[in-house]
Write a protein that binds this ligand. Structure first.
Ligand code: AOS
Ligand code: ZN
Ligand code: ZN
Ligand code: ZN
Length: 424
């Protein structure tokens, strides 16, 4: 299925007057709206291939309908999202869930939809049917060198697939760790992991980055070998200039101050990318902005402050990806909501009066500092985000149009009622 441009234009036409009124009202009280709009137009979020199917929990999985059955259909799905919002111009693949058997035709298909390939993800947290050695007791940390070797080779394989597709980064998330005290020698596990990562690092092309993703818990519940940003940063520093830390919002212990983590990683030049999602308890992978939108805003505020301090390009210098997937919403509707939440938080953070904030901080005027942040946060920026979409040829209200065009119904007609997307 494809969404023709005229359908988007028709929809926007129908809602043009109301939008104009709301946009002009909001814009009238802001300065530099044009600058904000351009930044929003440029900002693109990578969509994870594994979020296009309905996720499960360890208790069950209620498969959706009309889900993508192969990589081509996953690209088609992200193409639909991008047509609707023009803000999801990239897809992030997971190997072996998305092995491109014909890279050049996959690349061409993505280009047809205006998509590029974001970070490639390796997988050494599951055993594959044709795999020789098991990852039950870890992969890169494993006590057996042969298992570590297998994990390294897999990652090098993933890099090769990525090169063929024009990607330029590799995300390594390891489930390695231990579930019981005494199971692991922490120092040896770290050193084995470092050595394995070094071998992968050595295989990175010059223009590539490696993102080391950390996570405090799950599937191991006593220790994780890349357990927090400190450990990830240790690896990244030891690996070299192409290695960075990747922050997944759901991977912290409760109440962690993620915005502070982001700020310090940026200061060190070691923040590489993001996995956006939201959570109430752990790595819940819920829709971005559905639980803690203020935290998301505060994170974006630090991101912008830190990127500007280093002269970084907001749109291109970090890997912006979603990592969310769950089991009750239509995955495409969920992703539209996630992208919208990211754009809203980004827009709000762009509105922070940073000069005034710096002044208030210098004076220790704590109440004023809070007022300045919340002035931006409480601005209804939805019309600004919608205007940015309008200017880039997307729909004023992507989710509403998704429903009006009966996208899911069309996909069910094409793909069938009972489909299971490959992945988790
Ligand atoms: C796992 O918790 C991580 O968030 C990884 O990013 C993982 O590769 C991804 O979620 C797909 O399983
Ligand atoms: Zn993640
Ligand atoms: Zn996760
Ligand atoms: Zn997560």
């Amino acid at each position: 299925m494809q969404i023709e441009k005229y359908k988007i234009d028709e929809f926007n036409q129908k809602h043009a007057q109301e939008h104009k009124r709301r946009f002009e009202f909001t814009a009238s009280s802001l300065h530099n709206v044009e600058g904000v709009l351009q930044k929003l137009v440029d900002f693109q979020i990578g969509i994870p291939s594994w979020a296009l199917g309905t996720g499960g929990t360890r208790f069950g999985r209620f498969s959706g309908s009309g889900e993508p059955r192969n990589l081509e259909e996953k690209i088609e799905d992200v193409g639909l999202l991008h047509a609707l919002n023009q803000s999801s111009g990239a897809i992030s693949l997971h190997i072996p869930w998305d092995i491109p058997t014909n890279a050049s035709s996959i690349k061409a298909l993505a280009a047809q939809h205006g998509l590029r390939f974001d970070a490639m993800n390796s997988n050494t947290f599951q055993d594959q049917p044709d795999q020789k050695l098991s990852y039950k007791f870890g992969s890169m940390q494993h006590v057996d060198k042969a298992v570590r070797r297998q994990a390294v080779e897999h990652n090098i394989e993933v890099i090769k697939h990525g090169v063929a597709l024009g990607s330029d980064s590799l995300t390594v998330w390891l489930s390695d760790g231990s579930s019981f005290p005494g199971q692991l020698n922490f120092r040896k596990a770290f050193q084995n992991t470092l050595e394995s990562l070094q071998e992968v690092y050595a295989a990175l092309p010059d223009n590539w980055k490696m993102f080391v993703e950390y996570k405090a818990f799950e599937p191991n519940f006593y220790s994780t070998t890349v357990g927090d940003w400190g450990q990830s940063l240790l690896y990244a520093n030891k690996l070299g200039p192409k290695a960075y830390t990747l922050v997944d919002l759901g991977h912290h212990l409760p109440n962690a101050n993620i915005e502070q983590i982001v700020s310090l990683l940026l200061m060190e030049g070691k923040l590489g990318g993001f996995h956006f999602n939201d959570s109430k308890y752990g790595d819940d992978d819920l829709t971005v902005g559905s639980i803690k939108p203020y935290q998301l805003f505060l994170i974006f505020h630090e991101l912008i402050e830190g990127m500007d301090a280093r002269g970084m390009n907001h749109a291109t210098d970090l890997g912006w990806m979603i990592d969310a997937s769950h089991n009750i919403k239509d995955p495409l509707e969920d992703l539209l909501q996630s992208v919208e939440a990211i754009m809203i938080a980004y827009a709000q953070a762009l509105l922070v009066d940073r000069k005034a904030l710096t002044g208030a901080q210098q004076q220790n005027d704590v109440a004023r500092c809070q007022e300045i942040l919340q002035e931006a946060y409480r601005t209804d920026v939805r019309p600004i985000v919608a205007e940015a979409r309008l200017r880039s040829g997307a729909a004023l209200r992507p989710l509403q149009l998704f429903r009006e065009l009966k996208v899911r119904e069309n996909l069910i007609n094409e793909r069938g009622l009972k489909t299971v997307a490959t992945g988790l």
